[in-house]
Ligand binder design. Sequence first.
Ligand code: ZN
Length: 253
Amino acid sequence: MGDKASGSVCSSSTKPPEILTDSEHFEQQQLATSCGYSQHMHPANLGDGVDTARLLSRSDWGARLPKSVEHFEGPAPYVIIHHSYMPAACFNTPDCMKSMRDMQDFHQLKRGWNDIGYSFGIGGDGMIYTGRGFNVIGAHAPKYNDKSVGIVLIGDWRTELPPKQMLDAAKNLIAFGVFKGYIDPAYKLLGHKQVRDTECPGGRLFAEISGWPHFTQLNATEGSTPAPVEPHAHPQAVPQSTPQTPLPAAPKV
Ligand SMILES: [Zn+2]
């Protein structure tokens, strides 16, 4: 995709920051500063009974400002799981940061949306990347955008299972949201495919989350009928059965 602002100069290191030497870390800091974001990692204490997770802010991954922000009230009654399909899976923090920037570019510059569509991203590095955040209306699942937390597990999870650290990070994020009151303790967990015509979050990941607490089967009056006309948040793997919806151009990664 046309990723001019966040190209290779801003993500040249393939080492996670935690294993950089002091001098390498200093260089990263200088590079990060010149690219407009901080590389500092902030472990987030998620509270009693909830594992510590590493939660990165928007400034950490170099997000542009949203064009506007609309909030919704109250704890979210739904959590909706996505895969990105593209970008492909990332397994170190600089690559995952670039994936977040690529998705924001796709949604904000190509789609013309306010911001990256998702509430949060999860990287193969086990990190949680803040997207729109909690209680902000998303652009990831029509009809559910104002009552859900949309979590994208970066990668194509049709046949492969995301690594354990990714699954754990997603579970930790949900637990954190419940603990902080952003997610209703009686939330319903859904895969994107349950609310619109899509393969997302991929068959293998969908089978996995089907066994998680709070996973909910929707009845026939809920879910994906009729197919909304809004464009998808992520490219689709195969032509869909609704030819009136043009396939989005797949972003180059
Ligand atoms: Zn999706």
